[in-house]
Design a protein around this ligand. Structure first.
Ligand SMILES: CC(C)(COP(=O)(O)OP(=O)(O)OC[C@H]1O[C@@H](n2cnc3c(N)ncnc32)[C@H](O)[C@@H]1OP(=O)(O)O)[C@@H](O)C(=O)NCCC(=O)NCCS
Length: 132
């Protein structure tokens, strides 16, 4: 298994991984243009490979100095709990040695504290149309 940084991914490869990890339930996998933009504008992408098979990914936006937003962390269901998620995050932290911020999917709420993340009690989000 090899972890790569910024290895190019096609929209189809990424949609396939999202679905195979179950994260596709919570990402716009029916909207290819959205997925294309998500890949295009990420500036740090760690990927795990077994030969030509994409096993997992951590898709991030970072300034490489202060903060990294990890938008998607996903590992193919057939390869979960083998340490791949942890290795992907380790590679992200090596490439961008600063704080990672993320929103946990419901299925992963117990994962992040287990591997060392601290829950932030004053995280806030807003969607277009909600600003008053
Ligand atoms: C959550 C996810 C990224 C974790 O990746 P992974 O490669 O399976 O996890 P790791 O092998 O790095 O696990 C590290 C440790 O956390 C544990 N763990 C893994 N998934 C867990 C979960 N969902 N809940 C609690 N603990 C979990 C592992 O058992 C392991 O424990 P250990 O150190 O005692 O052996 C992966 O399971 C996944 O893709 N899940 C579905 C998509 C998802 O919810 N992504 C998160 C989006 S925010």
């Amino acid at each position: 298994m090899l972890i790569r940084i910024d290895s190019p991914l096609s929209v189809d490869q990424y949609i396939d991984l999202l679905n195979a990890s179950t994260l596709g339930e919570r990402r716009p996998v029916e909207d290819r243009e959205a997925i294309r933009l998500m890949l295009l504008h990420s500036n740090l992408l760690a990927t795990a490979w077994d030969g030509g098979t994409l096993l997992g990914a951590a898709r991030c936006l970072t300034d490489f100095a202060y903060v990294t937003y990890c938008s998607d962390l996903c590992v193919r269901a057939s390869h979960q709990r083998l340490g791949i998620g942890r290795q992907l995050l380790r590679k992200v932290l090596e490439a961008a040695p600063c704080r990672i911020v993320l929103l946990s999917a419901p299925k992963a709420v117990d994962y992040y504290p287990r591997i060392g993340f601290t829950q932030h009690t004053s995280a806030w989000t807003i969607l277009p149309g909600e600003l008053r």
